[in-house]
Design a protein around this ligand. Sequence first.
Ligand SMILES: [Zn+2]
Length: 71
Amino acid sequence: MSLAKHNVAAAKCDVAGCENDAERSFNIKQVAKCNLKLKSNDLRNVHLCKEHYKEFKKQTKTDRELGAIYD
Ligand SMILES: [Zn+2]
């Protein structure tokens, strides 16, 4: 994984009602597949905290399995 972590260090999680610091960011298209409620629907990149990243991963199992092919 080559996530530019320093880019999201100052960002907050984009899930509605969440005030945690963002851990990772994802393309809106990836996040739109799961049912996390976002603060804005007008984002290109969605920042997720640790907690919501876990949630996101749970809900996008299929993608993870596809990703595993390249491991
Ligand atoms: Zn969050």
